[in-house]
Design a binder for this molecule. Structure first.
Ligand code: M6R
Length: 607
């Protein structure tokens, strides 16, 4: 996915566009570019790689003008190169685009037949050329942009800028989010409100199918049918300081460290004043209405669902099916009556998760989303959106969002258990009391930073790493492996520890560290048996357990990490800390780009 911005301002546009793009760089960093109109003339600058390369280019080759558009790219069509970088320009029009134009090949052929020449491999160039073709045929810029938008299939957010037009932007949203920021005699466009935070806190989100015609003094919005519509203007609580590193070397380190605070905030939000019951946002949920739950998500959010499956099934005795959204959306599963569908997404914009949600609309009895971005598409298309309150997460590797997702899902499972008569009010109060201890325990786990740093130095030499866990620690093993591979580029796999002997044990040798998450719980002895099987084959084990666990099972292991004791039920939330810190320190030791790992983007709004 990509980030797009636009400005019609009273100051030079280039620095404003670059600052806004900096805030969107989490969406992609394969290339960046801006275009401005100065004295009626459209011009652009583009650079491959991170935004800093564009900033450097602008120092030597500045771009004047108070109107402009900008883009940070996560490549879909065409390799990262200057030629393929946005903005794409065709004659008098420049375009920035987030998403995918599905019918670009057909449009491209038709335009080629008319004699239009293509110089990039991107789908976006087609948008610019199509718009140019309408202008060439005599349409005014606004009409040409609208006709272009009407001709496009796919998911996109677009912003158009025109030669000779110092006071005009056209923006459109279909499938990819877009916000309009209102300034004093200025107007802004951004893929999300974070981009606009330094300029304004007055924001209007476009709805699906909307297009907007913007000048410095007017914002006209039209729906997909062409009817002019009013969309709500909101004041966004968007403190710009929240996307600073606050003294940390990386956003990821800051976000790991924030977990005690954000989890405490999430608990404050959901617990009643006497802390004995759970309050869900309106319209609430009645779990007596459901016979089963389907949970769908991607990546880390999927592992949060996997963990929650254990909670819902054990506590509320309700069957839970989980799936990754990219599979779920196409396997067209039958949906039984009385099904509750839960979609988990940090960004709330992940294309596969959103498509899965749309598949379930009208089939499931209720649709719940568990999201970090309250204004996101997934939140808005759900019957009830449960905020995880993690705050802005910038690091591509999800950390605090994961633990906040787990916290909210644990609360939901407890609420389901009580509503379904599987847990008494007294037992709920006891469990909530235990959950309340989590922020303190997380703080103590964060104190293991140095120990985990030392271990990670050794791990950084490895080619492969395995993660093992049993029960609720199994999804955490999967998450630990995902975290490690995505930022350190070390090959890692997570396995259910009991499954190892059915094949993966063949991978064990003295060079392959095996990280075992095993709090001293009811399954501990079983996990230790599997760990012994690894050590018997020369495997080197890093055992992450508590005092009791390490007392009985440390013999012969390569390294140990002693975690604080934690109530069994909530151990996955605590043990997320070592999983994250191991990945973080290993990546730092390897010198990779921790916050913006190669090939990735924070939120994937394309299939
Ligand atoms: O925004 P979402 O939670 O829907 O994103 C889902 C995944 O793309 C995301 O969790 C991804 O796996 C992270 N980079 C993992 O750290």
């Amino acid at each position: 996915m990509c980030g797009i911005v636009g400005v019609l301002g009273n100051h030079e546009a280039a620095p404003i566009l670059v600052e806004a793009l900096k805030r969107l760089e989490y969406r992609g960093y394969d290339s960046a570019g801006i275009a401005t109109v100065s004295n009626g003339t459209l011009d652009r600058r583009r650079a491959v790689g991170k935004l800093v390369n564009l900033s450097d280019l602008l120092v030597h080759n500045p771009l004047a003008g108070k109107s402009g558009i900008g883009h940070t790219r996560w490549a879909t069509h065409g390799a990262p190169s200057v030629t393929n970088a946005h903005p794409h320009k065709a004659g008098p029009v420049a375009v920035v685009h987030n998403g995918i134009i599905e019918n670009f090949r057909e449009l491209r052929s038709a335009l080629a037949e008319k004699g239009y020449h293509f110089s990039t491999e991107t789908d976006t160039e087609t948008v610019a050329l199509l718009c140019q073709s309408f202008i060439d045929a005599g349409d005014a810029p606004q009409d040409a942009a609208f006709k272009t938008i009407d001709a496009l299939d796919g998911a996109f957010a677009l912003c158009f800028l025109f030669d000779g037009e110092n006071d005009l932007l056209v923006a459109a949203r279909k499938g990819s989010p877009l916000a309009i920021g209102h300034g004093k005699g200025e107007v802004f466009v951004g893929s999300d409100a974070i981009a606009l935070a330094p300029m304004t806190d007055q924001v209007t989100y476009l709805d699906e199918g909307d297009r907007a015609v913007l000048t410095r003094t007017s914002v006209e919005i039209f729906d997909y049918s062409g009817a002019q519509v009013q969309r709500e203007r909101r004041t966004i609580a968007m403190d710009s300081a929240r996307i600073e590193k606050a003294g940390h070397k990386h956003f990821m380190a800051k976000e790991i460290a924030e977990q005690p605070t954000v989890i405490a905030e999430a608990l404050n939000y959901y617990l009643s004043a006497d802390e004995k019951s759970i309050t869900l946002p309106d319209p609430g949920l009645d779990f007596a209405e459901f016979d089963r739950i389907i949970m769908v998500a991607c990546g880390t959010a999927y592992y949060a669902c996997y963990t929650a499956k254990y909670w819902f099934e054990q506590l509320a005795r309700i069957p839970v099916e989980i799936d990754v959204a990219s599979e779920f959306r196409y396997r067209e599963p039958p949906v039984a009556e009385k099904t509750l569908a839960i979609f988990v997404s940090q960004s709330g914009e992940t294309a596969d998760t959103l498509a899965a949600l749309r598949y379930m609309a009208g089939k499931a009895s209720r649709i719940v989303s568990v999201v970090n971005v309250a204004e996101s598409s997934i939140a808005r298309e759900s019957d009830i959106a449960l905020p995880i309150l993690a705050g802005v997460e910038v690091g591509v590797a999800s950390t605090k969002a994961f633990s906040c997702q787990l916290t909210v899902l644990a609360l939901l499972a407890l609420e389901a258990a009580v509503q379904r008569g599987k847990m008494s009010a007294e037992d709920l109060a006891e469990q909530l009391g235990k959950l309340r201890t989590l922020p303190g325990l997380l703080t103590r786990a964060l104190d293991l930073d140095e120990v985990l740093n030392a271990v990670s130095n050794d791990l950084s030499e490895s080619r492969d790493v395995l993660f093992l866990g049993r029960g609720m620690m199994y999804p955490l093993a999967l998450e630990g492996a995902l975290k490690l591979k995505e930022i350190s580029y070390i090959h890692a796999e997570g396995y259910a520890s009991g499954e190892l002997k059915h094949g993966p044990i063949a991978l064990i040798d003295s060079h392959t560290p095996v990280i075992v998450f095993a709090p001293h719980d009811a399954l501990f002895d079983k996990t230790v048996s599997n760990m012994q099987e690894v050590m018997a084959r020369g495997g080197k084990v890093l055992l992450v357990s508590d005092k009791k666990g390490l007392e009985v099972a440390s013999d012969g292991v390569w390294q140990t990490v002693q975690m604080p004791d934690v109530p069994d039920l909530f151990a996955p939330i605590l043990y997320a800390i070592p999983a994250q810190l191991i990945a973080y320190h290993t990546a730092v030791a390897k010198g990779t780009d921790v916050d913006q790992p190669r090939n990735l983007a924070k939120s994937v709004t394309v299939e």
